[in-house]
Design a protein around this ligand. Structure first.
Ligand SMILES: Cc1cc2nc3c(=O)[nH]c(=O)nc-3n(C[C@H](O)[C@H](O)[C@H](O)COP(=O)(O)OP(=O)(O)OC[C@H]3O[C@@H](n4cnc5c(N)ncnc54)[C@H](O)[C@@H]3O)c2cc1C
Length: 381
């Protein structure tokens, strides 16, 4: 049996960022089921940081996290780079664009309203005017994150502080023995610590079930991405992350090609999500609806799970029904861009430190992330 002060289950962005903050406070062991870290949702995202998503708590955590993303990782790799976000609206989304602009304004000082000509000047292939795009908001404070660099940087921090990140360690049993949680892996290894952090993404309710803790009613939703050839006559590399003001479609440059998403949300079990033919075709159809591009060749596609609580706000807090069992769950579609904030909240709550002042300044309080607010069985909001 290996003993620690903090045991973290799950080696996605939530688990590694929390472990990196906890490791300086005590012996930290992180257990990841797969043979590589970030194999599930954290390795399948669109890797954007922007204010066009989520409730005010999510925007506040996104704003708090910015300074972390602007740093250079331990191995000298930038964790992110500046890249604008463009929120586009055909006539029927104008009210949605107004609402989105008002919601983003407290968090971004880089917003600019554009008309159809302005939009065309930035992404010339967008269908503008008439019943096409008539207005947009450009946010110059958005960023493209490097998820691999973030993962590596957090794991390096865990190691530097004397912690361990162990892959191929699927937790199959969790039990409270005395003052410790004991996690047993599929290989029969046992790890014990007084605090267990449940950062298993789509599997968080399953870990709770293993531990005999009440689940949160988390809902994984599948989302699909396609990557297709960019038009040879366009310099697409500097195009912004382009998203409809109301959830319908987004597109962005990806390593010389273009990445598109039909912003699908298909309820799923926790699983190794795979793209369905229908959603791939839908993504291509939406590219052709919003742009003058023809999707001739899809070079690759993938799907991942975005896992939500009923109110679409993540959870960071101790379970009221199980001493030492800490929930770090429900990061939905913003788990990368909020990870530094969620990890800072986790550090404060577990070590008894002060709530981060900057997080409070951005309007995020402990109660906003607490487990106690979750109403199991309530329909998703
Ligand atoms: C298509 C798509 C686009 C997205 N775009 C963005 C974006 O632009 N910006 C953004 O911020 N977010 C985005 N997201 C959301 C983001 O990817 C997630 O919120 C985030 O990755 C969740 O991180 P996580 O660590 O909670 O989950 P995961 O990365 O899934 O990590 C959970 C880990 O727990 C492990 N695990 C599960 N069960 C066990 C067990 N029994 N024992 C040990 N380990 C276990 C899993 O193997 C997994 O590695 C997107 C998601 C998708 C799918």
């Amino acid at each position: 049996m290996q003993t620690a002060d903090f045991l973290i289950v799950g080696g996605g962005i939530a688990g590694v960022s929390a472990a990196a903050r906890l490791a300086p406070h005590g012996r930290t062991i992180l257990l990841e089921a797969e043979d590589s870290f970030g194999y599930h949702s954290s390795g399948r995202s669109a890797t954007y940081y922007h204010f066009g998503i989520g409730k005010s708590v999510v925007r506040g955590m996104t704003a708090f996290s910015r300074s972390h993303f602007e740093t250079v990782g331990a191995n000298g790799t930038a964790l992110s780079r500046s890249s604008s976000a463009l929120f586009i609206a055909p006539p029927e989304m104008l009210a949605g664009l107004d609402a989105l602009e008002a919601e983003m304004r407290p968090y971004s000082d880089g917003l600019e309203r554009l008309d159809a000509d302005g939009v065309r000047g930035i992404v010339p292939v967008l269908r503008c005017g008439g019943d096409g795009i008539v207005a947009a908001v450009l946010d110059r404070t958005a960023r493209r994150l490097d998820s691999e660099a973030l993962q590596q940087d957090y794991r390096a921090a865990i190691k530097r502080a004397g912690g361990q990140s162990i892959a191929n360690a699927r937790v199959v049993a969790v039990a409270r023995e005395g003052a410790s949680w004991v996690a047993t892996t599929a290989a029969g290894e046992r790890f014990a610590a007084p605090v267990l952090v449940n950062a298993a993404g789509a599997w968080c309710d399953e870990i709770a079930h293993l531990a005999g803790v009440a689940p949160l009613g988390l809902q994984p939703l599948r989302r699909t991405i396609i990557v297709f050839d960019a038009p040879p006559d366009q310099a697409t590399g500097d195009w912004p992350f382009t998203k409809t003001a109301v959830d319908d479609f987004y597109m962005l440059p990806e390593s010389g090609r273009l990445l598109a998403c039909p912003v699908d949300e298909v309820p799923s079990e926790p699983t190794d999500a795979q793209p369905e033919e229908y959603d791939i075709a839908l993504a291509a159809a939406k590219v052709e609806h919003y742009t003058s591009l023809a999707v001739r060749r899809i070079s690759h596609s993938w799907a991942g799970l975005r896992t939500f609580t009923h109110d679409r706000v993540p959870v960071a807090g101790f379970a009221p029904d199980a001493e030492g069992f800490f929930w770090l769950a429900g990061q939905g579609g913003y788990g990368l861009q909020t990870a530094p904030a969620m990890a800072a909240a986790t550090e404060a709550l577990i070590t008894g430190g002060d709530w981060p002042a900057d997080l409070a300044d951005w309007g995020v309080d402990q109660a906003d992330l607490a487990v106690e607010r979750i109403q199991i069985g309530k329909a998703s909001a």
